[in-house]
Design a protein around this ligand. Structure first.
Ligand SMILES: *Cc1c(COP(=O)(O)O)cnc(C)c1O
Length: 365
């Protein structure tokens, strides 16, 4: 038995996403790069590498991790590079995508040995949530002015556009891609590759993957470009759990339990986006509010139903805990960081990483 808390990555469930990705690659000709900012648990890269073309990144360290641990094709992107990191980025990357024309002009010469790309911002997105909307007013994410882009066309071999966010609606994807074509089509014809970013939930149940792949293929042929996808969440959706144990039971108008984890420290994304963690099956006659053990008053995973009364020592397993969790965990309250474990395809479970007091201490000075 592994001591809780730990993230449990389930390779069989990961494989389902990988197979959907492989299908889209094959049918459309698009390449798929894992977005490391979403998931970077490199112990399962051996499996993912078989189904994906490489990685994309948002910083020097991610670029390096992608190059060293995943291999294949390494795309580098950053909202802004600094002078003392750009050479290392170029050494690891096959392509470097600049967020602005100013960054492109500053570093294009240094990057002339590899492909240079530019992020474009179509000023439309699928996101209703301002925090995650790349097209929000006054956005710093990408260039939109066609006259300014025209002036640097000779310096780039491709574009990246990332305007989808948690988008499970194929028609919406199709429509916004059409708007991108209408605005930037003349440019798309003049480059060799176009990355359509992440945020497309094409591995979800019921998503019309055939229509999606066909749309990508038509796009690719129309402009004569290699299409890239950068799935983060779609790569790892529903492929891990956060395993916790009930430490205490209280009653304060509601039944409360405290578990040996924290949403603030171990599933922070949910708190940021005002979502609750998921439990399965979440049915039964007994309801509890499940709380974290940090001292933050609102450290609450959610309210759930259980088939029987909970007792101290019971296991609570939060679902869909792979994306934006392990990469965002932090040392708030000095809480024990969840270990990382893997359920292999044969069902055996193996702990691949444990975090100790020494890790906590070394993260500070
Ligand atoms: C965040 C991000 C991704 C991955 O997004 P998901 O929603 O996790 O698929 C891909 N590309 C870029 C540029 C991003 O910023």
């Amino acid at each position: 038995m592994i001591d809780t808390p730990y993230y449990l990555i389930d390779k069989a469930r990961l494989l389902r996403n990988m197979e959907a990705i492989a299908y889209v690659r094959e049918r459309s000709g698009a390449k798929a790069l894992l977005a490391l900012k979403c998931f970077a648990a490199w112990s399962v890269f051996d499996l993912m590498r078989e189904y994906m073309d490489g990685t994309t990144s948002s910083s020097l360290y991610e670029t390096r991790l992608g190059h060293d641990q995943f291999g294949k094709e390494t795309h580098a992107y950053s909202v802004a590079y600094c002078d003392n990191e750009i050479e290392e980025v170029i050494a690891y990357a096959d392509k470097v995508i600049f967020n602005s024309i100013s960054q492109l002009s500053r570093y294009a010469k240094k990057a002339s040995g590899i492909g240079c790309g530019l992020r474009i911002n179509p000023l439309i997105s699928s996101s209703g949530f301002d925090l995650a909307d790349p097209a929000r007013p006054f956005s710093r994410l990408g260039e939109w002015d066609v006259n300014r882009i025209e002036a640097v066309m000779d310096q780039i071999s491709g574009f990246m556009v990332h305007n989808n966010c948690a988008n499970g609606d194929f028609d919406l994807f199709d429509r916004t891609l059409g708007e991108i074509e209408a605005r930037f089509g003349a440019f798309l014809k003049r480059v060799r590759w176009v990355s359509l970013g992440g945020g497309i939930f094409f591995t979800g149940d019921g998503y019309p993957v055939e229509a999606f792949a066909d749309r990508l293929k038509v796009f690719s042929e129309k402009y004569g470009v290699q299409v890239y996808l950068e799935p983060g969440e779609a790569s790892v959706t529903k492929s891990a759990t956060l395993e916790t144990t009930v430490l205490d039971i209280l009653h304060n108008g509601k039944n409360l339990v405290v578990v040996d984890s924290s949403i603030e420290a171990h599933m922070l994304d949910l708190l940021v986006y005002h979502e609750r963690a998921q439990l399965a099956p979440d049915t039964g006659d007994h309801s509890y509010m499940v709380c974290g053990k940090s001292c933050l008053a609102g450290d609450i995973f959610g309210e759930y139903r259980f088939p029987h009364p909970l007792k101290i020592g019971d296991r609570i397993s939060f679902q869909d805990a792979a994306h934006y969790t392990i990469v965002k965990k932090n040392w708030f309250n000095g809480l024990k960081m969840p270990a990382i474990a893997i359920r292999e395809l044969d069902g055996s479970i193996r702990k691949v990483r444990e975090f100790t007091y020494a890790d906590y201490k070394q993260s500070l000075s």
